[in-house]
Design a protein around this ligand. Sequence first.
Ligand code: PEP
Ligand code: MG
Length: 871
Amino acid sequence: DFFMKTWVLPFNKGNAEQKELLGGKGANLAEMTRLGFPVPQGFTITTTACLDYLENQEYLNPSILTEINIAIAALEDETKKKFGNSQNPLLVSVRSGAKFSMPGMMDTILNLGLNDETVLSLAKDSGDERFAYDCYRRLLQMFGNVVFDMDHQLFEKIVADYKQTHQLVSDSDVTADGWKEVIVAFKVLFVKLKQRDFPQNVEEQLLLAVEAVFKSWNNQRAKTYRRLHGISDSLGTAVNVQEMVFGNFWDTSGTGVVFSRNPATGEAGLFGEYLMNAQGEDVVAGIRTPKSIQTLKKDLPKVYLQLKEICEKLEAHYKDMQDIEFTVEKGKLFILQTRNGKRTAKAKLVIALDLFKEGMITEQELIERIEGNDLEEALHPAFCKEDKKEKESWVSGLPASPGAAVGQIYFSADQAVEASKRGEKVILMRAETSPEDIEGMAISEAIVTCRGGMTSHAAVVARGMGICSVVGCENLSVDEKERVAYADGQVVKEGAVLSVDGTTGDVYIGELRLEKNNTQLPLKELFEMLDKQSSIAVRANAETEKDITTAMELGATGIGLSRTEHMFFEKKRLMLFRKLILAQTLEERIAILETLKEVQKEDFKRMYYVAKGHPMTIRLLDPPLHEFLPKNEEEYQETAEFVGKSAKEIKQKANALAEVNPMLGFRGVRLGVAYPEIYQMQAEAIMEAAVESYFELNNWMEVEIMIPFTTDASEFQRIRQLLEERIQEVFHKYNQPVPYMIGTMIEIPRACILADEIAQYADFFSFGTNDLTQMTYGLSRDDSPKIINQYMTHGLMKEDPFQVLDEKGVGALMKMAIEKGRKIKPELKIGICGEAAAHPDSIAFLKDYAIDYISCSPYRIPQAKLLLAKG
Ligand code: PEP
Ligand code: MG
């Protein structure tokens, strides 16, 4: 109902819960006021008013106007100042604030309420004429830019020209008379460009500013930001009108931004920066390079202590790391804003764990706060140490957002977007970034700027997006027109390859190699919590010592799939393997198998060693033969030499073995049926390694031998029996039995249908969703992309079923197999080892399946664990 709507609310009437109505900034200002923090007073014009304005063809209805007037009057009473009065005038800031923080998206106007008359009073009351006119010219600049969309470069040019004519270096050299001259030029600019005067009426100033903020909700960059962050267009923004406090008032004033913890690393303790004798946007805009918050201890010791205490209180109140804007006016501290700070994925993890340990949040809240892709992001790459030692950096700046990236440089967001469309990896390099650059930033591998601090636009946005970034490279200049950058006598052209290290702040010419770096993450602690929350474990698909080690560090609870054929990709072994499949007689084969057994046994022992007693599923050979056969004259010759036969013979045999449809051919258990001695050799190697490891480590390995490509119980039963014979021989030889299981992959639809029969003989099932998807769809794994692309273009498929499991078809088959298997054998262990199971969209439905684990590549494990724990 129109009459019940809240158009305007003073800070002292609201609270933090009202983000929808007051926007994030307004709600927090109200909350801080309620809690007694030193907040300059003011009021919020609500998002309801904004929506009403936008819906009514940009018309401020009379009720809104009346309420604004009432609020101004109340603020005048409270501050004992008068808006637009020549004595003791009230000056305000006008800031936008939507429900979700949109850094740099919307605009700010400071010093509103100044005009040709009130500026005199400000000069008199402050005793500083220069200060007053500096404030006034800033108002003209911001007002022109925000309200009338006048290019801020034009204003800057007038200032620059003035300084040049008078041979002045910095803004602080400009005198009161100087600013007066600049102001005259600014006023001329208004008339020239907008055919109107800068409004001297302060009420008019306020209303125009409010309307400008409302309108800016629909500007292009705000829309882009919302699209990129999935924020609804129908929320609207609020406007906060707040009494001005001045950070540019003599040397005992200043302004800054402080985080209650380090937003890049998560480390405890204040982190931030400030400028003495500066106003609001100077810090954020990155025009002057600010000082570290730690030096405030020396500059203004009392203020520092008070600020520290406030940061701690705000953090405890909001139970999260805070990003706080403050201003000191003549030694008195004011808090202008607080919000939950943006942070890197790594910082998110570290902070959540610390807050949990400090008792601020629960285990469940901790898990909710970390998002699916944070963990992947936290495992960001770093450059190889050797490469870093060898190379000298070209330029250095502030390490704004960690990670490492290599790419080609572009000097404008548009060019970057173009290049990325051509498939290039892009590094965006700019003097400084602004909201217009958002799209270019989003597609970049790294962002580098010449100016600005750790809280500049580039730094904040890059950190938020998890993009590697270096800002404030003081020696670097960028010439956007000529499309070159130069520093230290070196010129680098558009398209050149650079390497950017956002963790150290170094930029290199040329390419450095990347290395995965995850050592300092407190993953172990996190995993302990995650594992308690889900009954589905996460294992790894891995077969090399290195990958198993990584998998264990990344929280694998075991190995779900070791593909033994992958152990033959190395040249020498490949030859041995070829010799085996090309052998003509059983004797020939057995001789080679002896050698292979020793090789495999050593492999298994090393694998058991790094898997440290966790369960390990080893799959017997499942070679799509074509991956192993020699393919051309050169390979025939090479193989012939190794095997000791003629190239012609090798070619003949290879041709005889070649299949039209290798993915549906002599794979898996079919190989075992035709050449049982191969599978028997593998069982022997697996179990000998298990017994010997037991002797050495005094610890059982939970070995699970897995038979692939099963279609029928009889086939499985036959192979199982052959394996058991050999296993008993091993136990007899060592006089030591060890536990083991023999199970099967379920990866052919027929096996799902007959799962109850197979379960009579199998100790476990593991779904191979790669093959199961191939065969359920009748869609070749190797040739599918072309077809899937067609289907996606025609809207007949939403997702590639090899990337996200198909719940309807493949999922139904799996459910049936689980049910049938467990009916026969309630304790049947069931897992999924096809990689697609770990895709977030697959996990979304798999977590309701009665399975024991999913198994995926090592780097996906943390994310999978988290998603399962979120429930
Ligand atoms: C599968 O088919 O899903 C599987 C894990 O095995 P592979 O990819 O080796 O066929
Ligand atoms: Mg398979």
